[in-house]
Design a protein around this ligand. Structure first.
Ligand code: SF4
Length: 56
């Protein structure tokens, strides 16, 4: 079973970037492929690069 996603309110979970989930033994980090610093401070509530992920 997948571990729960960190910061459920984060915009990243709904972003078309799309983010990658990087898991360590104790946590999951959200890696943004668009931002130069890769790991934005979470939770991301606003982001100029956010695009909604298309519905399947
Ligand atoms: S572009 Fe913004 S909202 Fe999308 S994954 Fe990156 S940081 Fe999150």
């Amino acid at each position: 079973m997948d571990p729960p996603r960190p910061f459920p309110e984060s915009l990243c979970h709904r972003c078309a970037a799309p983010p990658r989930y990087v898991r360590s033994a104790s946590s999951t980090f959200i890696l943004c492929p668009l931002l130069p610093d890769k790991y934005p401070p979470q939770p991301v509530l606003r982001c100029p690069l956010f695009r909604p992920r298309p519905k399947p």
